[in-house]
Design a protein around this ligand. Structure first.
Ligand code: SAM
Length: 225
């Protein structure tokens, strides 16, 4: 019997594994998050001109003057949701679709809202081509999407001036939101847990630097121009 030939890893797969190893070395401990990030082809989510930089641990520019988040930030935020079972998640700020793909790769049911229609359309196409079932919607994510909730997890991937109350109310009791809150240029990352019908508990997780969350319960549109 002939041994089956070993499949060679592609250069992108090797770079992806090296990135995941570096995330583990930097303190990302969730094996489910690391496995998802070892599976999602980030090179498909970055703009074509930047594919050679897809596995740098850095945020990269995408269209509409937005960014695909740094892989370390994606890992830390996903881990902070602490959702081990397949769960209902609302993401605010689809951007490239990469964060949504990582959540979908973990088996979560993901609804993602983006205010820029062109970004949402591209993310929808890339997610479908990569095989991730994510519901992408266009609109102001600061008001959430009540029809899809209540959510086990909400992840906000743009910097907010405060925790949007409508979003906090769309968490189920026991559900968690991870959100950067602060100024337009820098924020602290918070985990907000809904502890009861009218009660929430917040915990600071570290520093963050996101593009602004623009909308009814975010910054004014003029800061995004
Ligand atoms: N999660 C994205 C990814 O994986 O590529 C990165 C998101 S980028 C850092 C932040 C995104 O939030 C931008 O695409 C921006 O247009 C979007 N955004 C800002 N305010 C928003 C709002 N009120 N509702 C929905 N999306 C918003």
């Amino acid at each position: 019997m002939k041994p089956s030939p070993q499949r060679q890893s592609t250069p992108f797969e090797l770079q992806r594994q090296a990135l995941v190893d570096s995330l583990r070395a930097r303190g990302v401990t969730s094996s489910r998050v690391l496995a998802a990030m070892a599976a999602v082809p980030r090179e498909q989510f970055v703009p074509p001109a930047l594919v050679m930089r897809a596995y740098e641990d850095s945020a990269l520019p995408i269209d509409n003057r937005q960014t695909i988040s740094q892989p370390f930030t994606v890992a830390i935020m996903t881990q902070a949701l602490e959702l081990d079972e397949p769960s209902r998640i609302l993401e605010i700020g689809t951007g490239s679709g990469y964060q949504a793909a990582v959540l979908a790769a973990m088996g979560h049911h993901v609804i993602s809202i983006e205010r820029h229609a062109a970004l949402s359309q591209r993310a929808r196409t890339v997610l479908a081509a990569a095989g991730y079932a994510v519901t992408c919607r266009v609109g102001d994510g600061t008001i959430g999407y009540r029809e899809g909730g209540p959510y086990d997890g909400i992840i906000v991937t743009a910097g907010a001036p405060d925790v949007p109350e409508l979003l906090a109310r769309q968490l189920r009791i026991g559900g968690r939101m991870v959100i950067p809150v602060g100024s337009i240029t820098e924020q602290a990352l918070y985990r907000v847990v809904r502890t009861g019908e009218q009660t929430w508990k917040g915990e600071e997780l570290g520093q963050a630097k996101f593009v602004p969350l623009i909308g009814r319960s975010g910054w004014d549109d003029s800061v995004g121009r």
